[in-house]
Design a binder for this molecule. Structure first.
Ligand code: FAD
Ligand code: SIN
Length: 557
């Protein structure tokens, strides 16, 4: 086997909470390769602030967490999935504390009935305090601990700067029959690196008995997003090209409060601030959320984001304000040290002044259709974490349920796979697959085409497929995206692949799927708010499904 061809028991694409939780558990019985397209820690996980929702207080119950999740999900959650993930929470938190994650502790109150002394935060849509957090940099602490543990395991090999291009679903197994690994770009050899040398990049052929997509979200499909640059929906796009069923892409969550500053690149200001009493105000200081919902500033996110959008449109203001000045400055500095410091960097002192905030694209509730263990419609292909659509979030995700999903699904997927292929004798022979063929492609001398298309696509999504939608704008977006896809397709086949080009192709696919799913849903529900049909209709309380070559349709339709 050449160094460009590799084999392993399980290939994991992505190294956030889902991929690393999976790898850690699976490496007890399998050889695992994890590929990650930038440095291994770069992920949505690393930027998570608020924390992880889990039932850990004697005043809380699984039932209450399940109910809160179902209410936020606006009639589209799968209750069995919600229950399984919620019930997996406490054990998941214990696994993380065992790895050394230093979650904040309660001050001198002693252990609760689960043996934990954790400080629990509150966020929108939660009846109870149940958010476990490490200051306001929970994600950084979790990612670092998981990565450390994975790096110490002999059976895990992590390939940084390696990007999954396409899944291998060879014809010999019948279309959509079985995934046997992926083609992976070694980004260090990409023609856009290394002083412009026009050599084809090294593309690895990595074969595996199971392939796990843990590629996270797709915030970069929108012009303004809380997500880092890696969030380009690669898993969804790869799975779609491989023939997998994709679900509920119209439900894209916008986080209500990002710092409004031209250079701040949508810095998130955690919902945990509102959990501790912060209030949203108009620029003239008037609080407004109670006009929209009895739960006021702690209503579920879809409602808060839509209310801010409506107020900005009504008043013509470019932002609203978030005000936590009622709290003691010492409390704010201690509870939100990172957010406080970051705001100061941009000239705003949270402890003395309300800060300007706006909504931005945050979380992909749809994704590769999968069961609670990550099993997809393609044999050998599994999807976990944000890239999967399991029915946990329904039409709108409850705050802090996402790290929970990655943590629990990673573990469950590894456990399920062990029963299927844990024993070597259970692993089917891997077929011979061709190596990557660059054909007649040449290095691009027009990288500007990629940048221009990125910009146009993200702007069209922001303007036409945002918080409030209309049929007319969705159709306008559809024709723009189709035009851009045609250009991208031509460019893709003529030029050597680079990470930017692959990401552009993927983001265009994700945009297409969001719009197609949006056009199929003839009602407003959760995060999909359509002015042409502004009410939820019980007959549409079904998932939107889309598969290559098949029009988007609602389940059972
Ligand atoms: P990620 O953590 O995004 O990891 C995906 C990985 O896949 C990355 O390593 C990426 O580089 C890699 N990758 C992607 N494509 C490829 C490819 N083609 N080839 C190779 N590698 C690839 N959720 C909560 O529950 N609580 C919070 O407090 C919270 N706060 C948040 C704050 C911010 C600013 C953001 C952006 C999100 C927040 N979320 C929060 C959401 C949550 O962080 C994510 O949903 C969750 O971390 C997703 O985990 P994941 O493992 O599925 O994906
Ligand atoms: C936040 O801290 O507001 C983000 C929480 C989340 O996205 O779940």
């Amino acid at each position: 086997m050449t160094q460009d061809r590799m084999r392993c028991d399980i290939l994991v694409i992505g190294s956030g909470i889902a991929g690393l939780s999976f790898a850690l558990e699976a490496s007890k019985w399998a050889d695992v390769i994890v590929v990650s397209k930038r440095s291994a820690s770069e992920s949505n996980t690393k930027y998570a602030q608020g924390g992880i929702a889990a039932v850990l207080s004697p005043e809380d119950t699984f039932e209450a967490h399940v109910q809160d999740t179902l209410v936020a999900g606006a009639g589209l959650c799968r209750e069995d999935v919600v229950r399984a993930i919620v019930e997996g929470g406490p054990a998941g938190i214990t696994r993380l504390t065992d790895l050394g994650v230093a979650f904040d502790q309660r001050q001198g109150e002693g252990p609760n009935e689960f043996g934990h002394e954790l400080d629990l935060g509150k966020e929108g849509g939660h009846q109870k305090r149940r958010i476990v957090h490490a200051g306001d940099i929970t994600g950084r602490a979790v990612e670092a601990a998981l990565l450390r543990a994975c790096q110490a395991r002999a059976r895990i090999r992590i390939l940084e700067d390696h990007m999954g291009i396409d899944l291998m679903v060879p014809e010999g197994f019948g279309a959509r029959d079985r995934c046997v690994g992926a083609y992976v770009l070694d980004c260090e050899t990409s023609p856009d690196r290394g002083g412009g040398e026009a050599r084809p990049a090294r593309v690895l052929t990595i074969q595996a008995h199971a392939t796990v997509l843990a590629t996270g979200g797709a915030g970069k499909v929108y012009l303004y997003t809380t997500n880092p640059d890696v969030a380009t929906g690669d898993g969804v796009a790869m799975a779609y090209r491989a023939g997998a069923t994709i679900a509920n892409m119209e439900f894209f969550q916008f986080h209500p409060t990002c710092l409004y500053h031209p250079q701040a690149k949508s810095f998130l200001v955690s919902e945990a601030l509102r959990g501790e009493g912060a209030v949203l105000r108009l620029p003239d200081g008037t609080p407004f959320m109670r006009r929209y919902d009895d739960r006021a500033d702690l209503a579920p996110r879809d409602i808060v984001a839509r209310s801010i959008d409506a107020e900005m449109k009504r008043t013509g203001s470019e932002h609203v304000l978030l005000d936590i000045t009622d709290k003691k400055p010492e409390f704010v500095r201690k509870r939100f040290p990172n957010i406080h410091a970051e705001c100061l960097r941009w000239g705003f002192d949270l402890t003395t002044q309300p800060i300007p905030v706006v909504p931005a694209a945050h979380y992909m509730c749809g994704g590769v259709a999968a069961d609670v263990d990550g099993k997809t419609s393609v044999k050998g292909l599994w999807a976990i974490g944000e890239t999967a659509c399991t029915g946990l979030h329904g039409a709108n995700r409850l705050a802090s349920n996402s790290l929970l999903e990655g943590l629990v699904m990673g573990y469950r997927c590894a456990t399920r796979l062990q029963t299927l292929i844990g024993d070597k004798a259970q692993r089917d022979a891997l077929p011979e697959v061709p190596s990557w063929d660059a054909g007649d492609a040449v290095a691009s001398d027009e990288a500007v085409v990629v940048t221009q298309n990125w910009d146009e696509l993200r702007r069209a999504m922001w303007n036409y497929v945002g918080i409030v939608r209309t049929d007319k704008r969705l159709r306008r977006a559809q024709s723009r995206i189709a035009m851009l896809q045609e250009e991208i397709r031509e460019y893709y086949w003529a030029h050597l692949v680079t990470r930017d080009l692959l990401e552009l192709r993927n983001i265009a696919t994700v945009a297409e799927l969001i719009v197609r799913c949006g056009l199929a849903r003839r009602e407003s529900r959760g995060l999909h708010y359509l002015l042409d049909a502004p009410k939820a209709d019980p007959k549409w309380a079904r998932d939107t499904l889309v598969r290559r070559g098949v029009p988007a349709h609602l389940e059972g339709g």
